[in-house]
Every structure is written in C-alpha cells, then in structure tokens.
Ligand binder design. Structure first.
Ligand code: PLP
Length: 384
C-alpha cells in the first residue's frame, strides 16, 4: 500500500538513528534529550500509586479534555484567566499535533526560529504547512525578520520555545517576549508557546511567559516529561476556550482521552507537599552537570569553537567553523561520543550553520569529562 504523500516527504528521524547507535555501552551519549532517571519522583508517586487500586472510577472511559480534578488543579497552578481552559494530552507532543491538525491546511504558513525543535518540524511537515523560518539571536528571534515575515506572508501561527530552546538553550529576553507579543497581536498571528523546559531554570531570574503579554493570541504547551517522567506521557495545553475547543474535537478522534489513571497519578504528584522541593533538586543536579560540561568545553575545545552559556534547560549549542557536521558526528560516534549535528534542526539542511547540540542532563560528571576529551580530540584534528 502506498503511504500518504504527506508522510513520504518526512525524512526518517536522524536522531532516532543516532540514539540507537548511542546505546552502545562504549559510547557516551550527549545526543538525546533525556532526563536523568534518578530524578523520577517514584517515592512521591507511591501514595497515589497505592490509592489507585481503590479508585475504580479512573479506570472507566473519561472526558476528552482531561480528568476533572486535574484540570481544576491546573487552572490554579497556572493561574489561568477566567476565559482560559486547560486540556490534558499524551505528552505535549500530542498537543502540538492536535494544534497542527486543528488549524493548519496544506500550504498555510507557520513561522519558527531556525534552528528549531525537530518534533515540531515533523508535526507541521505532516500537515503540509509552509514552514518559514527566522534566524535566532542570543535574545530570541530576529525581530525585524519576524515582522517582515508577519507582514509579507500573513502566517497563521508562530511556533516558539522561548524558555531554554531545543536545540540552542537560548532563553528569550523580557523585551523580546513583549515585542513578539505585540507583533502577534498587530498581525493577528497565534503564538504557539512550547514550554517543556520552563521549570528547569537554574540561574537568572524568572521571566513571564511570552503568552502573558498576548493571552488571547496564544496557546501554551506544558510538559511533565522533564519535571516528572517522560514515560508518563503527560502534557497540557492551555489557552482561551475558543482556541482549545477545536483541539478537543481532534483529540476525540485521535484517542478519546489520555490515560485517566496516569492523570490521577500526576495530580497526586503535583499535590505532594514535596513536589516543589523535588523540582529544586532537579535544577540543582542539572546545574552541576551543566557547569561541569561548560567548564570542560571551555578548557579543552579549540578556540575556533564558540560556546554560549545557558541559564537552564538541557542543551548547550556548540558553534563550529564551517564543516560537514554529519561527517563530524559520524567520526565522533566512532570515537565514542554521540552528539546531534545542526542541520537536522533546520527545515532546509543546507541553510544550517555548523554546530552541535550537546545534552548535559543524562551523563554523570565523569562521563561528561570523558565525552569532552573525546570531542576535543576529534575537533582538534578536524576543525581545530
Ligand atoms: C521543544 C519540545 N517540545 C515538545 C517536546 C515533547 O515533550 P513531551 O514529552 O511532553 O511530549 C520536547 C521533547 O523533548 C521538546 O524538546
């Protein structure tokens, strides 16, 4: 049977291939975006795991928008305005898919920063969106380029990851957030604010969501994968009722609803007295890992490589002199370190600037040190 044309044009996931190769025990992987398993709050989930056996009602079919008590809790937790609602989805990735399917017709324009989250490019590619990118600066999207695209191409939405971007780690400045919100209102573009790393800030001051400045022109995607566990597959979408109702309709066709026992488990976790302490511990752990990786990179890398400090998240972006980063990543893998080359994060691979994405959350400090040793050796030889 011939596969759909929309799927034919989606390339096979390079990351999946590299992650498969990186599972070799001789390879240190900085390639994935995996949280450290030691952070999974199993102890905090135990009371609810035990209670679930007495909660027959959560094993019945549930409401498409989500488990009522969890939705109510999230309304307060995210301080949603009266006119906004939350909806639970199977990971925030499903929220993104529902948004694309509810709102994008083939050739509708979606704007993203370049580089951008691979999973978003796949989702918008599948609905045959016209993906247009604007360059990313240290403070967020290039605002002039963004305005030109908004003015000239009348996009339907702007998809963005303002907090500790995947893959670059960039966190948008307050001014950028305010300006992007103004532009979204002015040009009537919906902002899709994807915030899975928001809680992983380990330095600097918290900044409001971009959506706080344009609440009626935005949808926010939240994830519990990084602060609880990705295997739970729990995410949430919030926004004004009129924006979310079409998503609920699509979700009904997709899977009726997300697992209710998992939603009850998540609620128990979020309500646990020690949940905030748990997030503090994750931040502290990732801060030390980041500092270790950053210090080793600064110490060992050739001067031609450029490194940007981050205030949170899971990734560091290492800019390189122009080179074939796919070939470089292959050589690095053969030398026992897995990384992701920059072109996979650009809709047009040939537009990519040479860089590597390095993850710091899933390797121990010793592994990070050894990984940088291997990385530096190859870089000295190949681009040094
Ligand atoms: C920017 C971004 N959005 C969404 C996701 C998907 O997260 P979830 O596990 O909640 O589906 C990821 C996962 O790494 C991500 O990096």
């Amino acid at each position: 049977m011939e596969i759909a044309k929309s799927l034919q044009q989606i390339p096979s996931s390079y990351i999946r291939e590299i992650l498969a190769a990186a599972s070799d025990k001789n390879v240190i992987s900085l390639a994935g975006g995996l949280p450290d398993e030691k952070t999974f709050p199993i102890d905090l989930m135990k009371p609810m795991l035990e209670s679930l056996s007495d909660m027959t009602e959560v094993f019945q079919y549930g409401a498409t928008a989500g488990y009522g008590p969890l939705l109510e809790f999230l309304g307060d937790y995210y301080q949603l305005p009266e006119s906004h609602i939350a909806m639970i989805c199977t990971g925030s990735q499903q929220g993104l898919d529902l948004i694309a399917r509810a709102y994008i017709d083939p050739n509708d324009t979606v704007v993203m920063e370049a580089p951008s989250y691979l999973g978003a490019m796949q989702v918008f590619g599948l609905v045959q969106a016209n993906i247009v990118t604007v360059p990313q600066t240290e403070c967020g999207p290039d605002l002039d380029a963004l305005e030109v695209v908004f003015f000239e191409q009348s996009p339907k939405m702007f998809y963005a990851v303002p907090d500790f971007h995947n893959p670059t780690g960039v966190c948008w400045s307050l001014e950028t957030r305010q300006r992007v919100a103004e532009l979204c209102i002015k040009y009537n573009v919906a902002l899709i604010e994807d915030a899975p790393y928001r809680e992983l800030r380990f330095s600097g001051d918290a900044i409001p969501l971009t959506s706080d400045f344009c609440p009626d022109h935005s949808i926010v995607l939240r994830s519990f994968s990084k602060i609880a566990s990705p295997g739970l597959r729990m995410g949430a979408v919030t926004g004004k009722r009129a924006y979310l109702e079409p998503l609920i309709k699509v979700k009904q066709g997709a899977d009726l609803h997300s697992s209710v026992p998992m939603q009850a488990l998540l609620l128990g976790l979020l309500q646990h007295d020690n949940f905030e302490l748990h997030i503090d511990k994750i931040r502290a752990l990732y801060k030390t890992r980041y500092q270790k990786l950053f210090a080793e990179l600064q110490r060992q890398l050739p001067e031609t490589c450029e490194l940007k400090a981050v205030d949170g998240g899971m990734f560091v972006w290492l800019s390189l002199p122009e080179c074939d980063t796919f070939a470089l990543a292959k050589t690095l893998l053969a030398n026992g370190v897995a990384v992701v080359p920059s072109p996979v994060f650009y809709p047009a691979h040939d537009k990519a600037k040479a860089a590597l994405r390095l993850n710091f959350t899933n390797a121990t400090p010793d592994e990070l040190e050894e990984a940088v040793k291997r990385l530096a050796k190859v870089l000295q030889e190949q681009v040094g």
